[in-house]
Design a protein around this ligand. Structure first.
Ligand code: M6R
Length: 369
């Protein structure tokens, strides 16, 4: 069943280019227009939406955090993202013009299910992004966009996450298309870039041996920090979550701009810090700020592990290790920058003798409260 792979997680990481391509299949028309009639929410209603709220748990919540950047940029609709376990127990402001997006691989996560019920009781429309056909969350939603990752067996989510991102981008771009935004041309370009993204993921996977070697060298580390900005921030959170659940190591993700507000006190000689660097093109301010963050922590002894775009030589003087990822538009970068972090956590877990597919204390689907 593992098709020659050491674990389901290894297999599922390797399947990501296909999972991403399958999730795009049939959803992009010949002229680059998005074909999402399957949502069955009339365009007129989508034009009325004045707020999007994403609810999800764990890794799916991280996909939601990234979705916010895409939705607000391409549609100019305000978007909130909240762990379903928090949302369901408070009194959120919702109405018929709020579109609630519930993201779940399994479609059975109790907190996410309760959050969507909470939203529907208040008249909101719920769109599920889900990987499991016919599961409870899509059944109870008004609409569903299925991710086509195929069955995900390993407890740690990998290929489902990448396809959740693709689905979130599709929803954001589709909302932009239906409503018409000033980013029309950009949207066309991004759709073309999305169509080529599976190849970029494939290229990242083809060169993971240095990441594995690096992970093995860190098997004795106590703490690993992850830093990012913009969409790289949720990627940092996801990198830290993967490391916690698989390697049972203390790991934390931070917004790099928050460093000097506290976390930098943690930095000491030899501390491994993984930094997700945005593209130097486009939003170059972000890039330059993160390069100075890397310099700050390195000056305090951190061992800097930098995920950067191919050709970005500005990181070389301050990086102890560089992992190169293909040139990708900023908003889509999480599709390539997450992959080395998955491989890193998986290899560290193996090096520490942990059971990769079944980490201790965890269940694949949390169907209890
Ligand atoms: O099935 P779901 O996507 O609703 O699951 C949500 C979380 O339980 C899940 O993503 C969890 O955080 C994973 N173990 C992370 O790798």
């Amino acid at each position: 069943e593992k098709g020659g792979h050491a674990s389901f997680m290894h297999k599922e990481i390797a399947e990501q280019p296909r999972a991403v391509a399958d999730t795009l299949l049939g959803r992009i028309g010949a002229d680059g227009e998005l074909l999402l009639d399957e949502l069955r929410i009339p365009a007129a209603e989508l034009r009325e939406v004045d707020k999007v709220v994403v609810v999800a748990c764990g890794t799916a919540f991280h996909a939601g955090l990234i979705a916010k950047y895409a939705i607000e940029h391409w549609t100019r609709i305000p978007c909130e993202v909240e762990p379903a376990s928090e949302f369901r127990h408070r009194d959120p402001i919702l109405d018929a013009r709020t579109l609630v997006v519930a993201v779940s691989q399994s479609g059975e996560t109790m907190d996410t299910l309760m959050a969507l019920r909470h939203a529907r009781e208040q008249g909101s429309r719920v769109l599920a992004i889900c990987n499991t056909n016919g599961s409870t969350i899509p059944r109870e939603s008004d609409a569903v966009l299925y991710t086509h990752a195929g069955p995900e067996v390993a407890v740690a989510s990998t290929k489902a996450f990448l396809t959740q991102l693709v689905a979130c981008y599709l929803v954001a771009l589709y909302l932009g298309q239906v409503r018409g935004t000033k980013w029309g041309d950009e949207i066309q370009g991004v759709v073309r870039d999305l169509a080529g993204i599976a190849g970029a993921v494939e290229r990242v996977l083809a060169d993971m041996e240095p990441v594995r070697a690096l992970a093995r060298s860190l098997a004795g580390a106590g703490t690993v920090l992850f830093l990012g900005r913009h969409v790289g921030y949720p990627v940092a959170l996801e990198g830290a979550l993967k490391l916690k659940e698989l390697a049972y190591m203390h790991a934390e993700g931070f917004a790099a701009g928050e460093l000097k507000h506290g976390p930098i006190a943690l930095v000491e000689e030899g501390l491994p810090v993984v930094v997700v660097v945005p593209s130097p093109r486009g939003r170059s301010v972000l890039h330059d700020k993160i390069v100075s963050n890397i310099q700050e922590i390195r000056a305090r002894g951190a061992r800097t592990i930098v995920i950067a775009e191919e050709g970005d030589e500005t990181v070389l003087p301050c990086a102890d290790h560089v992992v190169w990822v293909p040139v990708t538009p900023t908003l889509l970068q999480p599709l390539v920058t997450t992959v080395p972090l998955q491989v890193f956590a998986c290899e560290l877990a193996v090096a520490r003798g942990n059971e990769v597919d079944q980490p201790r204390n965890l269940a694949k689907s949390v169907t209890v409260e």
